[in-house]
Design a protein. Structure first.
Length: 256
């Protein structure tokens, strides 16, 4: 019943002051019930205020709750992540194709040692975006957590097929092959990981303008030592490393 309906049903009392007093009581009670309705949990245990939260707010809350749980170093039980999982599940429910939310949910499931469910989410992400190779490196990680190293290697191979320069995929593949006792293959994967890592490390001091200049001048046949001088006396080794990285990523064609 609304407040106006309640007032209309007031008993007829001769004293206007009594009418006002009774109306005040009804108003007070109606406001009190309204406040309680906003804060008391619904039958499913949620608060009415929860219903108004956006997916972004649930995602932020899940990260906060996850960090809180992760900080409890004396508690090693997977159940400590339950609240974070509930929050991220709400975010996914509101935005089911958001890859960031799905990746977070899979990560929390992994910390809860629910590897099969985490792997299923990675498969779902690849259905949404077949080129999103980080979901495959994560899938490999979760497979390794379940002791499925052969399948983990296969998942990383799929990631490498999409992005041959994925440092994470090569690094993890090195470890999984080692666990399988395939040491020669592990050494080969490690060599590729180190090559990519060194290329990345060698270009750290080159800014975006330097890289654009290298790409421009090398594409028309200018030698790397000349390019190095042209962009401010950079070390030729760094320019060479940047060129090799661009060639590996298909941004440049080898000139000689």
């Amino acid at each position: 019943m609304s407040l106006s309906d309640s007032i209309k049903k007031l008993p007829l009392i001769n004293s206007d002051s009594k009418k006002i007093r009774i109306a005040g009581y009804i108003l007070y009670a109606w406001l009190g019930l309204s406040v309680l309705g906003a804060i008391l949990p619904t039958p499913d245990g949620s608060s009415p205020a929860d219903e108004s939260k956006t997916a972004e707010e649930w995602f932020a809350e899940s990260q906060f709750l996850f960090n809180q749980a992760d900080a409890k170093l004396d508690d090693e039980s997977p159940e400590k992540y339950n609240d974070a999982f509930e929050a991220i599940s709400k975010a996914v429910e509101l935005d089911p194709k958001n890859i960031t939310y799905l990746m977070e949910k899979a990560s929390i499931l992994s910390d809860m040692e629910k590897y099969d469910e985490a792997i299923e989410i990675c498969d779902k992400i690849m259905e949404i975006n077949p080129k999103y190779y980080p979901a495959l490196t994560k899938k490999a990680w979760y497979l390794s957590g379940a002791g499925k190293y052969e399948e983990a290697v296969a998942a990383d191979d799929m990631a490498i097929e999409i992005n041959p320069n994925s440092i994470q995929a090569w690094a993890d593949k090195t470890n999984y092959l080692y666990e399988l006792g395939r040491f020669a293959e592990s050494d080969s994967a490690d060599a590729e990981y180190m090559r990519l890592f060194n290329l990345q490390d060698a270009t750290v001091s080159l800014n975006e303008d330097d890289l654009k200049a290298i790409k421009k001048w090398y594409s028309i046949g200018i030698p790397s030592h000349i390019i190095a001088e042209d962009i401010g006396g950079r070390h030729t080794e760094k320019v060479d490393a940047a060129i090799e990285r661009m060639i590996a990523q298909g941004e440049l064609k080898r000139q000689w």
